[in-house]
Design a protein around this ligand. Structure first.
Ligand code: IPE
Ligand code: IPE
Ligand code: MG
Ligand code: MG
Ligand code: MG
Length: 310
């Protein structure tokens, strides 16, 4: 199979549509064979609200990173699909909660009204909770038959920790609590590292751990993930200033309006572009130095992230 973000996204979309407990009766595709059978039923409107945010087309960056990292070392990498779609569930949950009136108060996401705009705040909060718990339910079911199970447990630990209270939630907390405060270099770096780079790193690390990577390979994956994640969030900040709503599928100019501690707020646009390039290059160097030509797709992903702002 050719390695491109679009090809991975097509595979992941098919598997997401067949996700346990959220699938509709019709249109269950071949991907379903790699996913555990559902136990029980999700009531409405919870199911529709969870499906709404999970299935709207996004870039699919995190599942693609997990699958491509696993593929570096494992021939039957498509068996990692339950972990890949679970990561997208964690990401979709984070976006639903990020958009809530109490956080960023956004009306538009992936070109459509945000979850709380459609389903109300109460159901949106619960849909986020639901996606987070379903992610772990899905991964645990897959871990029961993973060989060796320890590799799957290590991958889940990585995802739990990096999406958790010392990772993504830590970053999100400072992001919302420091709105309107004077930007400060170490703090901006902390926010970006945790709210965004940690989940991106978890994707790479989980893929490598599932494939039985050694310490040197894991170190390269961590450096790649952290640097790609920093570049990715700086680019996201730049696009909030210079991008357009039609392309991004979300409102622009919101960070300045809310007084967010972003990279452009701390350093200006030009220095932010330079920093994004520097982080992107560091990501490529780290992964290439250990995996060489096998890491071409991961290097291309870093490059594609940067070309969004140039
Ligand atoms: C948006 O992530 C949230 C950030 C961490 C900046 P993406 O830009 O990957 O969003 P989708 O998945 O493509 O919608
Ligand atoms: C979101 O960062 C990070 C997480 C959802 C964890 P942003 O608030 O910058 O993301 P967008 O711009 O709303 O997509
Ligand atoms: Mg936010
Ligand atoms: Mg936001
Ligand atoms: Mg943003």
């Amino acid at each position: 199979m050719e390695q491109s973000l679009a090809t991975y996204a097509a595979m992941v979309d098919e598997a997401l549509a067949a996700a346990p407990l959220l699938r509709n009766a019709q249109g269950i595709a071949a991907a379903v064979s790699t996913l555990p059978p559902p136990k029980g039923e999700v009531p409405e409107p919870l199911k529709s609200a969870m499906r709404y945010s999970l299935l709207l087309p996004g870039k699919c960056l995190r599942p693609a990173l997990l699958l491509a990292s696993c593929r570096l070392l494992k021939e039957d990498w498509p068996t990692a699909m339950p972990f890949a779609i679970s990561l997208e569930m964690v990401h979709a949950y984070s976006l639903i909660h990020d958009d809530l009136p109490a956080l960023d108060n956004d009306d538009l996401r992936r070109g459509q009204p945000t979850n709380h705009r459609v389903f109300g705040e109460n159901v949106a909060i619960l849909a986020g909770d639901g996606l987070y718990s379903l992610a772990f339910e899905t991964m645990l079911a897959a871990a029961l038959t993973w060989e060796p199970p320890r590799a799957a447990i290590a991958a889940m630990e990585e995802i739990a920790r990096r999406s958790g209270v010392t990772g993504m939630i830590a970053g999100q907390t400072l992001d919302v609590k420091l709105e309107g405060k004077e930007p400060e270099a170490d703090t901006v770096a902390y926010i970006h590292r945790h709210k965004t780079a940690d989940l991106i790193t978890a994707a790479v690390m989980a893929g490598l751990l599932l494939a039985g990577a050694n310490a040197r390979q894991l170190q390269a994956g961590e450096t790649y993930g952290q640097n790609l994640g920093m570049a990715f969030q700086i680019v996201d900040d730049l696009l909030d200033v210079q991008g357009d709503t039609a392309t991004l599928g979300k409102q622009t100019g919101m960070d300045a309006q809310r007084g967010k501690m972003t990279w452009p707020a701390a350093y200006g646009m030009d220095e932010s572009r330079t920093a994004a390039r520097r982080y992107g290059q560091a990501a490529k160097d780290a992964i290439f130095s250990v995996f060489g030509g096998n890491a071409t797709f991961l290097c291309e992903l870093a490059e594609q992230t940067l070309t969004r702002v140039t």
